[in-house]
Design a protein around this ligand. Structure first.
Ligand code: B12
Length: 508
């Protein structure tokens, strides 16, 4: 069968590499600052193994926009169109593409999948009549089974499909137990070179080394209120064996990749496994540097020395807040002391870039708590950090809490996502959160320039290597920009019905 595998990308999350930075002037691979579409890269070789002919598309490519893909559908007449997208922020783009392709080829089945689709399968089929099926969860087994049973979908577990006008939600299939039995992702078919960059709305290039992402494990056993992983991975953590991981790393090394980012939800879970992977990188003299994310309370913090020896140069921690009160309200299950210890160890053992993810605008958080988070970031020897406003996505414990508190009407609001300070009366008003963030960044930048001038200068020089001065300025100025407040907030149906644009707050 001929299968089109199309990744729908959120326009805010990629930038074509400016010509002057381009290394591949006359190559046919477009250079894009973005994370590679690991989902479809993972699925393509698997469905080829099942004898199907697969063509991949990534909408970040200038010649892979809706009109180009519609033309390809007309020219190549695929038997199935499979659409992949990541999150709620690209749902409208997904719908637009599906509508266009269904119009182009009315009899060609359109199936979609990915994190957001998994959480909202029935709603999507109710909302988008031009989509025939949704594949929920992991696609490695589901998609080949779907392709082999197009005329009899009843038995395809984790599929939501249409039968004589009804929506049928087949039972969930078990999580894949052996992640080692699949071929390595296809990173060569798409004519795109992905450039390592910070996923920000300013093109922040980190290096021009050949870059890709890898997933060596799935899931996280913790239950932070704002995260969808617990529902997507059913609270389980599963991993590929060190041998299987090292086999892929060897292949990537031989293909000239010199920068790899692990998109594992929590890489720092098992000490022995980390040790074996790192020792394998060292013994095989693999040349790439790599980055990953993890929790501060993980025992694997003691593996930092071997990770550094194995060229791990970027480690991102979910710090989230500088007060225990807010950490507990977010159900982070971590302490300020654990955060300090993990980052101290990371820097002590030589992790080049320790990054801290922070959230502001959380329930019961005061303006002083927000400023304290910035003070905490200053005390922690972090190299880079991001302070994002807490958002709520369907499928997370916080979304359920907001349903229970009558803030969200799940039936009406399922496709939306919200900045929590726009909808939750127990959170500071958005303008106050924004003001506190501006104040916090000013203090933090001031502190860094004063107390760590050399380090700060080195970081700016690092960005400066691949970024235009105007973009560096934009990056540093972004927290202070007015835009962040003027964008009309997405609001729940109930607030819209009541004609209110901000939650009614008791005087704090
Ligand atoms: C890496 C990552 C990113 C990267 C981008 C990765 C990319 N591919 O473009 C960056 C940092 C840019 C990013 C940004 C954001 N992300 Co993010 N991200 C992730 C993360 C950690 C891993 C994704 C990954 O690499 N998975 C590995 C591949 C192999 O899996 P996959 O893509 O899901 O594909 C598998 C299945 O889904 C399925 N499948 C996929 N496509 C299809 C298609 C069909 C037809 C079928 C049958 C099956 C199928 O099969 C594949 C193999 O099993 C996930 C967490 C997670 N575990 O899913 C969060 C996650 C998806 N992100 C999330 C969010 C919210 C965002 C942001 C909105 C955050 C923000 N406010 O900025 C933005 C939106 C970006 C966008 N829309 O493009 C949420 C989504 C929640 C939701 N309900 O929408 C997640 C689940 C994290 C969370 N903690 O809740 N993200």
């Amino acid at each position: 069968m001929k299968v089109f595998l199309i990744y729908i990308r959120d326009d805010d999350y990629y930038h074509i590499l400016p010509e002057k930075l381009s290394r591949d002037r006359n190559g046919d691979r477009v250079e894009v600052m973005a994370f590679p579409p690991l989902g479809i890269q993972t699925l393509a070789p698997i469905i080829r193994q099942h004898g199907h002919d697969v063509r991949m598309f990534d909408t970040c490519h200038p010649q892979m926009k809706e009109e180009h893909i519609a033309q390809a559908v007309l020219d190549k007449k695929p038997d199935v169109i499979a659409l992949s997208f990541l999150s709620t922020t690209s749902y409208l783009l997904l719908k637009s593409m599906a509508k266009r392709l269904k119009k182009t080829a009315p009899h060609t089945p359109v199936i979609t999948g990915g994190a957001f689709a998994t959480v909202n399968a029935v709603h999507i089929l109710k909302d988008a009549p031009y989509i025939d099926c949704v594949g929920r969860g992991e696609g490695e087994e589901l998609l080949p089974e779907y392709l082999d049973n197009l005329d009899n979908l009843e038995g395809v577990r984790s599929l939501t499909w249409r039968s004589n006008g009804d929506i049928v939600h087949n039972p969930d299939r078990p999580l894949i137990s052996d992640l080692n039995r699949f071929p390595y992702p296809d990173r060569s078919s798409l004519p795109v070179e992905y450039i390592e960059s910070m996923p920000l709305d300013v093109p922040a290039v980190l290096s021009l080394d050949r870059f890709c992402t890898m997933q060596t494990s799935r899931g996280c056993p913790f239950n932070c209120i704002y995260c969808d992983i617990p529902s997507l991975a059913r609270g389980k953590w599963r991993s590929r064996s060190p041998e299987h991981v090292l086999g892929e790393m060897q292949q990537l090394n031989d293909e000239g990749y010199r920068s790899i980012y692990l998109t594992d939800d929590h890489f720092l879970m098992k000490r022995k496994r980390i040790e074996e992977i790192c020792q394998g990188i060292i013994d095989r003299k693999l040349q790439f540097h790599w980055g990953c994310e993890g929790r501060v309370d993980s025992v694997a913090v003691d593996e930092l020395p071997v990770m550094v020896k194995a060229n791990c140069n970027f480690l991102a921690f979910g710090v989230e807040a500088g007060t225990q009160k807010v950490l507990d309200r977010l159900n982070k299950n971590q302490t300020l002391e654990q955060i300090e210890h993990a980052i101290r160890e990371a820097k002590k053992h030589g992790i080049e870039t320790a990054h801290g993810f922070f959230l502001i605008g959380s329930p019961d958080e005061t303006e002083e708590d927000i400023v304290e988070s910035f003070r905490f970031a200053a005390r922690l020897n972090l190299d880079t950090f991001g302070f994002n406003r807490l958002c709520v996505y369907r499928g997370t414990p916080l979304w359920q809490e907001y349903i229970d508190r009558g803030i969200i009407d799940d039936e009406c609001d399922w496709h939306k996502w919200f900045k929590c300070s726009d909808i939750d009366p127990t959170i500071l008003p958005s303008e106050v959160v924004h003001r506190a963030r501006k104040k916090g960044y000013l203090k933090l930048f001031g502190y860094l320039l004063l107390h760590r001038p050399v380090k700060t200068f080195r970081l700016l020089r690092k960005f400066g290597r691949y970024m235009q001065a105007s973009d560096i300025f934009k990056l540093l100025w972004s927290p202070f920009r007015k835009k962040t407040l003027t964008r009309k907030p997405e609001l729940p149906e109930r607030m819209i019905e009541q004609g209110i644009d901000a939650p009614v707050r008791k005087t704090l």
